[in-house]
Design a protein around this ligand. Structure first.
Ligand code: ADP
Ligand code: MG
Length: 591
């Protein structure tokens, strides 16, 4: 043996003092003010409240108060409310098999009591009077009589006042507030029938009325533009019911703050669900972008385990595979129905705004406040849902108007009700990819054999990776062969690829295979063929900087019109911008 083991100091095992144990456990449930807000609002909903008010001070670090008009609690209930593992929602371990309430672990109030100064007031519906009890750092008082409304008010002051190690991890009040608000909005979107009002330092931040449906809630939370472009998702398979909305790919963002899944009315951040959504948007999103979607999934509670994590935002499904396929299929169909055209109106509006600023007229442009502080600008009428977006220019219209090529890059094309400017390269990429995909699904990809095989120097591991999967790759027309320990011979490529860049295609294929490796399991080429085609289409599309004849332009546009969607390239960039006559009238101040 080499060096001797370092000498371990001799220690004796001892149980942690109860207070310390409670604080450690509490830290798992209450990480920051936002977790306390979430737990309290969930309790209000479990109590059947129709109205929930959340008041915060200093981002929730100084005070957070949740008031509800739910069932309330008796004096006896209050005595147990702050006691760990005391719950009214679970009696037996078998109840864990079908949890319908949001809470069930009996840990939230106890955790808050352990790390803050808490006060709990409650009055049952039939009771003449209410009761109040306090818990300061784990010291639980006696209930005392207190006057007040029916329902419950929980106040949590000075979060982590007695746990300095945790308190140091709290951020600025504005950052804590943003998290609280995000949590409140997610819960507010999770169920209809409950109204919410949130204030910060006495200012109203957010509210939704109990009567609002999901679309109205989205509009109130994120504004009209998103709400009006949403396409409804509606699918059912046995007891699985998916509903909600997806937004057009062009509204995708760099963060996932507008991507929400609700499982049996519980906001969750589950990897399987997020992956299904990403898959539903596959090929339509700009790299790294996160789609906007609000989705509700309901199923028999026995099919899902929510008791995986103290915060309950992670879950585990029993039949994950079957569910995944169902979700992807339903989402793909809905995404395909979104309005994928990039409206030129936006560009016109920008131009007009610039003009108005230059001339000193119009409204001044204000820099937007951080999202969390943005007051609701104007009350939006919450009446009927907006009409479905009217596609003025259906994608399948025959290409009959005159065509004009500009800068060897763009095609201007007259269409019913206006005109479009098409990026010829982006459209060609989409057309190539979709044709390859159709060929693959019909197993009839045509191969263009190279007269002289192209030789490529790679690492031995890379040669191995591809050579072993040669049979699968041949299905998509990529024919490779080991030529030496560090040399790969490329003998053929899909015939549809024009001017393919062989080396780039091979290197992309390696990258895709490596990304598909999970743990120690070798990637199966079958699983990544579509992805490889996707990359190959980008590595070969012509028509950037090519002069096109009118016939060539027309043929490209017609092939695009035959696709399910030709509005974005495979990277999710728009292939075309559409101007309507109304846009032009606006730009020229004709109306
Ligand atoms: P859990 O929600 O997991 O049961 P909590 O610690 O959050 O645990 O709450 C403990 C118990 O206190 C609940 O089971 C419920 O009976 C009661 N309770 C908490 N908040 C409320 C409320 N707002 N209205 C009525 N009862 C409540
Ligand atoms: Mg609870």
């Amino acid at each position: 043996m080499g060096s001797p083991n370092p000498v371990q100091p001799k220690t004796r095992i001892a149980l942690l003092p109860e207070r310390v144990r409670d604080q450690i456990a509490a830290g798992e449930v209450i990480e920051r003010p936002a977790s306390a807000v979430k737990e309290l609002v969930e309790n209000a909903i479990d109590a059947g409240a129709a109205h929930v008010a959340i008041d915060l001070e200093e981002g929730g670090t100084k005070l957070l108060r949740v008031t509800d008009d739910g069932s309330g609690m008796s004096r006896e209930d209050l005595e147990l409310a702050f006691v760990a593992h005391a719950t009214s929602k679970l009696f037996d371990v078998s109840d864990l098999e079908h949890i319908a309430s949001l809470g069930f672990r009996g840990e939230a109030l106890a955790s808050m009591g352990a790390i803050a100064r808490c006060s709990l007031y409650s009055r049952e519906r039939a009771a003449e009077i209410g009761w109040r009890i306090v818990d300061e750092g784990g010291a639980i008082g006696e209930p005392v009589e207190a006057g007040g409304p029916i329902g419950t008010i929980v106040e949590v002051r000075d979060v982590f006042y007695n746990v300095p190690a945790r308190r140091r991890f709290l951020r600025r009040a504005s950052a804590e507030l943003a998290r609280c608000l995000d949590g409140i909005q997610r819960i507010a979107l999770s169920r209809d029938g409950v109204g919410f009002v949130a204030t910060h330092d006495g200012r109203r931040l957010f509210d939704v009325d109990a009567e609002m449906n999901l679309r109205a809630r989205v509009r109130r939370t994120f504004g009209t533009e998103i709400a009006e472009t949403l396409v409804e998702v509606e699918a059912r398979c046995g007891d699985l019911v998916l509903s909600g909305f997806v937004a057009p790919p062009r509204l995708a963002r760099s963060d996932s703050s507008r991507q929400m899944w609700f499982l049996n009315s519980r906001p969750v951040r589950d990897k399987v669900l997020l992956r299904a959504l990403k898959e539903g948007y596959r090929g339509r999103l700009f790299e790294g972008r996160q789609p906007v979607a609000f989705l509700r999934l309901s199923m028999d509670p026995a099919r899902v385990d929510v008791n995986v994590h103290p915060t309950k935002s992670e879950v585990r499904f029993r039949d994950e595979r079957g569910m995944f396929g169902f979700l992807v299929e339903a989402l793909r169909r809905a995404v395909a129905r979104t309005d994928m055209a990039t409206p030129g109106a936006k560009l016109v509006d920008c131009a007009i705004a610039r003009e108005e600023i230059a001339s000193g007229g119009g409204e001044p442009i204000l820099f937007p406040a951080p999202r969390s502080f943005e007051p609701r600008s104007r009350p939006q009428p919450e009446a009927a849902p907006p009409p479905a977006v009217v596609r003025e220019v259906p994608g399948s219209a025959p290409i009959s108007g005159r065509l004009l090529q500009i800068a060897r890059t763009y095609i201007v094309c007259e269409v019913a009700g206006g005109f479009e400017i098409v990026d010829q390269h982006a459209l060609h990429e989409r057309v190539t990819f979709e044709s390859l995909l159709a060929d693959l699904r019909a197993s009839r990809i045509e191969v263009q054999r190279l007269l002289v095989p192209e030789l490529l120097e790679l690492s031995p591991a890379e040669v191995e990776l591809l050579a072993e999967r040669a049979a699968a790759l041949a299905k998509i027309g990529i024919e490779v062969e080991r030529f030496g320990p560090k040399t790969l011979a490329i003998r053929g490529l899909p015939a549809r690829l024009q001017r393919p860049r062989t080396e780039a295609i091979v290197r992309d294929t390696i990258a895709v295979l490596e990304a598909a490796r999970t743990g120690d399991r070798d990637p199966a080429a079958e699983d990544v063929l579509e992805e490889v085609l996707h990359r190959a289409a980008c590595r070969s599309s012509v028509m950037a900087g090519d002069v096109l004849s009118e016939a060539e332009m027309r043929s490209l546009l017609e092939r695009g019109a035959d696709l399910e969607s030709d509005q974005t390239c495979v990277h999710g960039r728009p292939t075309r911008v559409r101007f309507t006559l109304a846009d032009l009238e606006r730009a020229f101040h004709r109306r």
